[in-house]
Design a protein. Structure first.
Lengths: 313, 289, 394
């Protein structure tokens, strides 16, 4: 499958979106940032969890770790180092725990990663309280809004680009193979353990980098805000509604979801989440393949749990 | 009462609260692999119904329980028909059912929680009921907590009895073990599923009503209880009624002893640490067969 | 001049002459924007303490004909959004209100976290904000010229408590606190204040948010038999320690639970047990006639009472804003200048800001007595004498 066209699309979109800080109002820029953030989160989530069926709810943990790296480091380190550091810390954490936890699947794995996320949150709360005498950190120095936006744009483009590259590669086929039939993949010679941990860590990197980038917008962060499980839920929601087996689905879904929720929130200041819930249920019931199934070619149409397309790539 | 017994009793009572919260979710997951992430929201609805019954009608919450259970049972039938039936029928496999019902659960969570915010306001509410201390062999406990504990035990045992000895229970266990086999012997899942789902919802509502006697209520109270329920049923083994009772009690004990011997700050770390450890070492749960 | 310009002038003149008398012309409304928690964890506090006051105030102002701005009466139009208890959403919404919608004034969101996030924006866009629910040294230390904290900061509140305890001969205290910025800061202020008064701390324990059982800690405290129990607690934990202390029979001479005791739901939930319980408060309907009429208006509109602490600060903030606007109009820079330097009369007394902190409202201790949260310290503001020791739990 050609990867040129999608990659060109991604890079082109990135180029188009780059001048936005000088064209859009602060509010619209923030909205764009929100879309980009969720596009990055959802695409990197789908890259691993969509392919392997290990449905991870650990996104909040990675995001929060990245945010805390920023909180700890932004006053002392240059901005790119902080953001990259956030991604690397999250990836390292994922690699560390991945070996142990990537053994149970389905709902068990979702619940396990959720528990892990809460564990990380409480560990950070306790550690900060005990050793730093504080809960919550003030981020007094922050780069300009344009810098933050461009950072998020860069990470999102990278996340989506990497997801595209992975999908067409041997690594991606191995991931999909694990999702289809893990034992069979093993017998076919795939080092499933390595592949899983690598995929998990890779998707964690982007979540961590995004957390690191976005945290400065809040001036003050504390564990409940950055380790908010809702970030994880929303990522999973967006990715699955988009069609977790694809790259384009989660991205499109992220944009539609962010814009639509914002529109609803501003239009119906009291009842918009109810409307959202109704729409979500309708979507899951009547378009189970996700938004992507609207444009995926019929021969390649698959349920949101991608099946034996290991060879099809 | 000696320190150990005192702590143990406290832990068991807290554990009873946890177990009661988990029963309904366990039924739904065990039978239909529906991970109802909106479980806590229906618990919240039950809590509000009890609150209104008490403050508005002066009705003793314990007497209001059957009414609340009935209301939520009917609500469950409606919710199942509208939201879950299609998934169970059309999903290509068990993992798809889990994944899709997870998403639908989120949708329900948004709807129910925010309907509560709109209808009842975000304020904390609460009432006083049976908040009297009871002396048990030298140690004192709140009567309302004891009632919740007693109910947890009673409901779990009743459920076990029903599952083991009644025809309905046998049908449920049959479907849990082998859906096709159950079909072959004539068990009609089209009736069984909605009934069991709705019983699960009714149990959530009853748990909420009981909790409203002990804790304050608000529209966002549900999520932490969903989390607790998930932890408990995972500890106990998904689908095992006895397991979730024992899992809840165990969690309560771990927390109480942990808090005493280390520090309350570590309580959350302990709970989640135990949870993660159990899932890694015995993913089927501590008490599953 | 051009043909066009000439005719435009003539037209304008004609219209001005022929137009209906000014008394029928509607002045544009004063647009006041805000985002506040209507859903999510912050909503419980925001919907008791803050947003009802915004709505009540707008009603009252409009019923009186509107704000009096430079001789014209202009009605208030509130533009409020739900921030979902999410910092990112709060930031984005205020960017919209100030940057895109360019509202005339803003009102703050609820809670320290959200206010931290909006503070830099307020400065960037130049909108003064009077915050009734934000606490913390770090916040004040940001020295943001557009940010004004109305609430008494932890150090002042704890000093007042220590003074009361010392005046009544309390010698020992056991402390429990929540693992949160507010809890930590308040506790360190408390420790310093108690030390200064020679009161010994026999035990100090902390707990995370969301704990459901504190009886092991309370039993421990009971065994140590302190004169005073001081809980730096949030509403759910305040209810918990009250209920569980009653359960286990822990009845020290002084029982203090910080946040939540001022909420009407505390009385509803705990019933008669609350007699003698102390906590953070500032006012009640008996503090002044103005306070009483505010209280009555609140109950009339919402069928629920305001809380006995920050609700009044929220109202005071609105009063200050109204007074400032009616003096200098809608020039936000001038408003900021005025708020930063003048003294204002409000329902909680005189308020003046120094470096963004309200320096005139003292630290206050309130106590539940016969169904009302009486102000018992300092004596100059008291509505009832201190009840010590606390009666047995009922």
């Amino acid at each position: 499958m050609s990867r040129r066209a999608p990659l060109a699309l991604v890079l082109g979109a990135g180029a188009v979106l780059a001048p936005m800080p000088w064209l859009l109002s602060d509010f619209l820029l923030s909205l764009a940032l929100s879309c980009l953030m969720y596009a990055g989160l959802a695409a990197s989530w789908a890259m691993f969890s969509g392919a392997t069926n290990y449905l991870s709810l650990a996104t909040a943990a990675f995001f929060g770790l990245g945010a805390y790296v920023t909180a700890w480091g932004v006053a002392a380190l240059p901005w790119p180092a902080v953001v990259a550091g956030g991604g690397l810390v999250a990836a390292a954490f994922a690699a560390l725990v991945g070996a142990a936890i990537l053994r149970v699947r389905g709902a068990y794995f979702a619940v396990l990663t959720f528990g892990l996320g809460e564990l990380v949150r409480h560990a950070v709360t306790y550690g900060e309280k005990r050793y730093a005498g504080t809960v919550g950190r003030v981020l007094a120095t922050a780069p300009s809004p344009a810098t933050v936006y461009l950072t998020v744009l860069l990470i999102a483009v990278a996340a989506v680009g990497v997801a595209v590259l992975v999908r067409g590669s041997r690594f991606g086929r191995a991931l999909a193979g694990i999702g289809a039939d893990e034992e069979r993949a093993e017998t076919l010679g795939v080092d499933t353990r390595r592949v899983k941990v690598a995929g998990f860590a890779l998707s964690a990197f982007f979540a961590g980098a995004l957390g690191a980038g976005v945290a400065v917008r809040w001036t003050y962060i504390d564990p409940p805000a950055v380790f908010n499980p809702f970030i994880g839920f929303q990522t999973v929601l967006i990715a699955m509604v988009g069609g977790a087996g694809t790259v384009g689905g989660p991205v499109a879904s992220a944009v539609v979801f962010s814009l639509f929720t914002e529109f609803l929130r501003l239009r119906f200041p009291y009842a918009y989440l109810i409307v959202l819930g109704v729409l979500l249920i309708a979507l899951v019931l009547y378009l189970p393949g996700g938004i992507a199934s609207l444009w995926e070619r019929p021969g390649r149409r698959r349920a949101e749990a991608p099946s034996a397309e290991a060879a099809g790539g | 009462m000696s320190l150990w017994l005192d702590l143990a009793a406290g832990g068991l009572i807290t554990g009873g609260i946890y177990a009661v919260v988990a029963i309904g979710l366990n039924l739904q997951y065990g039978l239909m692999r529906i991970m109802n992430i909106s479980h806590g929201e229906f618990l919240m609805v039950g809590a509000y119904l009890a609150y209104f019954a008490y403050t508005g009608l002066g009705l003793n919450p314990l007497l209001a329980l059957p009414g609340i259970a009935g209301t939520l049972f009917l609500l469950g039938l409606l919710v199942y028909r509208l939201c879950f039936r299609r998934i169970v029928r059309t999903a290509p496999g068990v993992e798809a059912i889990e994944a899709r019902s997870l998403l639908v659960g989120f949708g329900l969570l948004f709807i129910v929680q925010n309907a509560a915010f709109v209808a009842w306001g975000a304020d904390l509410r609460g009432y006083e009921f049976l908040a009297v201390p009871v002396d048990l062999a030298g140690a004192r406990f709140g009567a309302n907590r004891l009632v919740v504990f007693a109910f947890a035990l009673a409901a779990s045992l009743l459920l076990l009895v029903v599952l083991r000895f009644t025809l309905l229970g046998k049908a449920v266990r049959a479907v849990m073990q082998s859906p096709t086999g159950a079909h072959l012997v004539g068990i009609d899942t089209a009736v069984l599923h909605p009934v069991v789902f709705s019983v699960g919802l009714a149990l959530a509502g009853v748990a909420g009503a009981l909790l409203s006697m002990v804790y304050e209520i608000s529209p966002s109270m549900g999520e932490p209880y969903t989390v607790t329920a998930l932890i408990v049923i995972t500890l106990g083994g998904l689908g095992s009624a006895l397991g979730s009772l024992l899992g809840g009690l165990l969690l309560g004990l771990v927390e109480t002893f942990g808090m005493h011997f280390t520090s309350p700050s570590l309580k959350m770390l302990l709970s989640y640490g135990v949870f993660v450890a159990v899932l890694l070492l015995r993913p089927r749960g501590l008490f599953a067969r | 001049m051009t043909f066009r310009m000439k005719w435009t002038r003539v037209l304008a003149l004609a219209l001005a002459v022929l137009a209906p008398a000014p008394v029928l012309a509607q002045e544009p409304p004063v647009r006041i924007g805000y985002a506040i928690a209507r859903t999510g964890p912050w909503a419980a506090g925001a919907q008791v303490t803050q947003e009802p006051n915004y709505l009540l105030w707008a009603d009252q102002v409009n019923a009186a004909g509107g704000l009096n701005i430079q001789g014209k009466r202009r009605k208030v139009e509130l533009i409020g959004y739900d921030d979902r208890s999410e910092t990112e959403t709060t930031v984005r919404t205020f960017e919209k209100l100030m940057g895109t919608d360019k509202v005339d004034l803003i009102l703050p969101p609820w809670g320290t976290g959200a206010n931290f996030a909006v503070m830099p924006l307020a400065q960037r866009y130049g909108y003064p904000m009077l915050a009734p629910t934000a606490t913390g040294r770090k916040l004040i230390e940001m020295k943001n010229p557009y940010f004004f904290a109305l609430l008494q900061q932890p150090d002042r509140m704890m000093t007042a408590l220590a003074e009361l305890l010392a005046a009544r001969g309390v010698k020992t205290a056991a402390i429990v606190h929540v693992d949160e910025l507010f809890g930590l800061e308040t506790v360190s202020a408390l420790e310093a204040a108690l030390k200064a008064k020679g009161i010994q701390i026999v035990e100090k324990k902390s707990y995370p948010l969301g704990v459901k059982d504190l009886s092991p800690v309370l039993k421990d405290f009971k065994a140590k038999n302190p004169d005073a129990f001081i809980g730096v607690t949030y509403p759910p934990d305040t209810f918990l320690v009250t209920a569980q202390s009653k359960e286990i029979g822990f009845n020290p001479k002084v029982f203090y639970a910080a946040v939540g005791t001022a909420f009407p739901v505390y009385k509803q939930r705990m019933g008669e047990s609350i007699e003698g319980v102390m906590g953070l408060g500032t006012w009640n309907p008996r503090t002044s006639p103005a306070a009483k009429s505010y209280f009555d208006a609140h109950v009339a509109k919402f069928q629920k009472e305001p809380d006995r602490w920050a609700s009044a600060h929220a109202w005071a903030g609105l009063q200050i804003m109204q007074q400032a606007v009616e003096k200098v109009g809608l020039d936000r820079k001038a408003l900021r200048e005025m708020i930063a330097s003048e003294e204002f009369d409000t329902i909680i007394g005189k308020i003046r800001f120094k470096d963004g902190e309200n320096v005139l409202t003292p630290g206050i201790v309130s106590q539940w007595q016969k169904g009302e949260f009486e102000v018992v310290w300092p004596q100059a503001r008291a509505t009832a004498p201190v009840l010590l020791p606390k009666p047995e739990w009922k």
